[in-house]
Write a protein that binds this ligand. Sequence first.
Ligand SMILES: CC(C)(COP(=O)(O)OP(=O)(O)OC[C@H]1O[C@@H](n2cnc3c(N)ncnc32)[C@H](O)[C@@H]1OP(=O)(O)O)[C@@H](O)C(=O)NCCC(=O)NCCS
Length: 231
Amino acid sequence: MPFYKSIQINATTTAYFWQITEDVTSLFRAVSLKDTSLFRLEGMKSEEHQKGFLAVRMLLQHLGYTDYDLTYDEAGKPHLNYEARSTKYENENPSPITHHPSPNQKHISISHSHEFSCICISDELMGIDLEKLKEKTLKIAPRFMEVKHLENLPVSEQMEKATVIWGVKESIFKIKNEKGISFPEHIFENEFCLPDGKCSAELHFNNTIEKFKIHFYKVEDYIFVCAFPNN
Ligand SMILES: CC(C)(COP(=O)(O)OP(=O)(O)OC[C@H]1O[C@@H](n2cnc3c(N)ncnc32)[C@H](O)[C@@H]1OP(=O)(O)O)[C@@H](O)C(=O)NCCC(=O)NCCS
């Protein structure tokens, strides 16, 4: 199965999903990788991880980028060379996916979980997380969130809400990209209801409080979360 779908989160932010049904060899043959990526791929212990990594490159190619346009900083945060696409691809191939006119800076965030890989591209700084719904997240909820936020909900909704909150914390972590941030000690979700699809959270770290606004969606049996700094 190729490209699965996109979600337009706001005017300049879109998330793209790849449903991985291919084997590693087919994915590997379909992408072109730079040496550092080949090296990373060879070092991955599980096929699932390799497939998730390669599916991210399939998404990049789908959008007119290549693996060569993606770089990582020392902490592992990805960065996109947007100029590469705008000159190589966009001028010659009017894309089925429209990007708004913007400076040559685009932000990217990446997540993979089981049979889905996801990338989000935006003019704004943001972080994403994709997480499969599973009982374990509910079991470990007291370790990372305020369990009072799960009160009076049926178990299935408790699991969804705990997964959203997990995703909120992962997404904020990906925005900040700073050592020492602890999910239970520094990131606090505000109360919200699942049908809203939106919530907010605060990071209390290094004597400052930063606010974040969050959008979340159910995609098959996964929760997708996208967080933005709320300045
Ligand atoms: C880095 C981290 C956020 C990755 O999340 P994950 O759920 O394991 O994996 P995901 O698939 O969602 O995300 C992986 C992607 O995140 C991105 N990423 C990795 N490090 C990152 C960082 N420092 N900042 C932003 N993005 C980062 C990468 O693009 C990576 O994919 P790729 O290397 O294939 O390109 C996570 O491992 C982490 O360190 N979390 C914080 C630690 C923590 O506090 N845990 C729980 C305490 S209760």
